[in-house]
Design a protein around this ligand. Structure first.
Ligand SMILES: [Zn+2]
Ligand SMILES: [Zn+2]
Length: 514
């Protein structure tokens, strides 16, 4: 009887119970699977928080970008977002394998290795849990994959958007520069090269990191964040009027500061050509001073564009007021004398170049005169006292003047060589304008025989130069080379109240006309 019990009834009862149990297997397995999926999702959320927000060392698997080495912080969508995705993928995979393995190990321990109930109960129950874990692990893969995929898609779209924004901003900046007449960039007042994108120093006092190219891109779209944390606008357009940053020339061996206003407005370049001691520096000073006089009388505003120009003008103003004479321009490479004239849309950054006449003579030095390429108006300073005829033929009674004040360079010589030089630089002059400033009118005042009949009339001066001073060839070469030529008799002096001679005002207005 016992055998019947042991070998027939008990197994039959057990089988019957097992069959009944089979009915609830899907429920148990399903619940275990759901629990696993939910555990995985919970842990993935913690991982997201750790990788994207906390950024503590345990969540770092890919070395971060180092602002200290790169000078600035990267825009999130230029690198860091992809790095986060890679970290999530590595750590997510690790998290998945770890969680699933742990769950299986727990079931194995509790139901198979060291069960707390009879194996007849624990083994089927353990197998059910195995099944549930298997299903859960299989379902979790696409779920987690979808989460990561959605994030990757978002990052890809935003990164694309960020690149498109950067390109659009750059294109806008470029268009504005072309509209300002600066397609090749702004002029460096020290080396005369064009600088399309100057370098900028971080405005924070103790930082001063130099950023070579701040345009929208990897390190920021609208603002670039310096490694020190300071924000720098990425475009000239985004620099407000009173927060303009001063750029630096990016050409080798230069690196000098650009004008604060460079790039914010069209530029005018005005080279003064003339022999040594012809009166160029003085004329330049008188031009600026005359514009200052006009501004005081309600004319267009003017301000000097950089500290060097301001300091030079201060010295030159004193020379003008004592009606003295400046020393000949040094042969060293000049720096532009720069000022900003006008306001609003009419604002212009004007660079006047006072170039030593010798520069135009030595062929190997002329490459330093690159600025003439951008000039549309030229000024030729003609010292009538440098012409021999002036001393011998103009006044039969003899000229009572100090001949040491005269330039010793023949104007015809300087002019032809200068034109030659400008032409070899590939600049065409037939659309350019030439203002001929006959200088030192102040010295000749009171000696009408030494001046044209009507010194304020261009044609009278032209006739006088050709007929009385014997410069017919020079005048006709000028007419031939330049699109438009105008003659002025100028007195580069100021009276004791600081008012510059009126001849300068007319002359400078013509030069700055566009
Ligand atoms: Zn430079
Ligand atoms: Zn900084």
């Amino acid at each position: 009887m016992d055998e019947i019990m042991t070998f027939i009834l008990a197994p039959a009862a057990y089988l019957a119970l097992l069959l009944l149990y089979l009915l609830v297997v899907p429920v148990i397995a399903g619940l275990r699977g759901a629990a696993l999926v939910s555990e995985l999702l919970g842990r993935y959320c913690l991982l997201l928080n750790g990788v994207l927000r906390l950024r503590t060392p345990e969540f770092v698997t890919v070395p971060p970008y180092r602002p200290a080495d790169e000078l600035a912080h990267r825009n999130y969508f230029f690198g860091p977002a992809t790095r986060d995705l890679r970290q999530l993928l590595t750590q997510g995979r690790r998290l998945y394998v770890g969680t699933v393995t742990d769950a299986y190990r727990r079931v194995t321990n509790r139901q198979f290795t060291a069960p707390t109930t009879h194996r007849a109960v624990s083994v089927p129950y353990g197998l059910t849990l195995y099944l549930g874990l298997g299903v859960g692990a299989a379902v979790a893969i696409p779920t987690l994959g979808a989460l990561l995929g959605v994030q990757a898609l978002g990052v890809a779209l935003l990164a694309g958007g960020a690149r498109l924004t950067a390109l659009t901003l750059r294109a806008t900046d470029r268009t504005v520069m072309i509209l300002r007449g600066l397609p090749r960039g702004m002029l460096c007042p020290s080396c005369f090269e064009r600088v399309p994108h100057p370098a900028y120093d971080c405005p924070r006092a103790h930082c001063r990191r130099r950023h070579a190219d701040i345009r929208p891109g990897t390190f920021g779209l609208f603002r670039r964040r310096c490694a020190c944390g300071e924000q720098v606008p990425t475009l000239l357009l985004l620099m407000s009027r009173d927060a303009r940053l001063s750029g630096h020339c990016v050409h080798e061996h230069c690196g000098k500061p650009m004008n604060l206003d460079a790039g914010h407005m069209p530029e005018l370049i005005l080279p003064l050509i003339g022999g040594r001691a012809a009166g160029k520096t003085q004329l330049m000073a008188a031009m600026v001073k005359s514009l200052e006089n006009t501004a005081l009388d309600g004319g267009p505003a003017i301000r000097l564009a950089d500290p060097e120009s301001t300091a030079n003008q201060r010295v030159l103003n004193e020379v003008l007021e004592i009606q003295g004479h400046t020393r000949p321009t040094q042969k060293t490479l000049p720096r532009a004398h720069s000022f900003v004239r006008g306001s609003g849309r009419a604002e212009r950054l004007v660079h006047v170049f006072d170039t030593a006449g010798e520069r135009f003579v030595n062929r190997e030095e002329t490459d330093a005169l690159r600025y003439v390429r951008a000039a549309r108006t030229f000024v030729f300073v003609l010292d009538p006292m440098a012409v021999d005829v002036f001393w011998t033929r103009l006044d039969p009674a003899g000229v009572k003047l100090d001949r040491t004040l005269a330039s010793t360079v023949d104007p015809e010589d300087v002019f032809s060589r200068s034109v030659q030089t400008v032409r070899t630089m590939g600049t065409s002059l037939d659309k350019a304008r030439l203002a001929v400033a006959v200088s030192k009118r102040d010295l000749l005042a009171g000696q009408p025989a030494l001046l044209p009949d009507r010194p304020d009339d261009s044609d009278a001066v032209r006739k006088w130069l050709g007929e009385r001073l014997g410069l017919r060839n020079l005048v006709s070469t000028m007419d031939l080379e330049f699109g438009e030529v105008r003659f002025f008799c100028t007195a580069a002096v100021a009276d004791e109240t600081g008012q510059v001679d009126p001849s300068i005002g007319v002359f400078v207005n013509w030069c700055l006309r566009e």
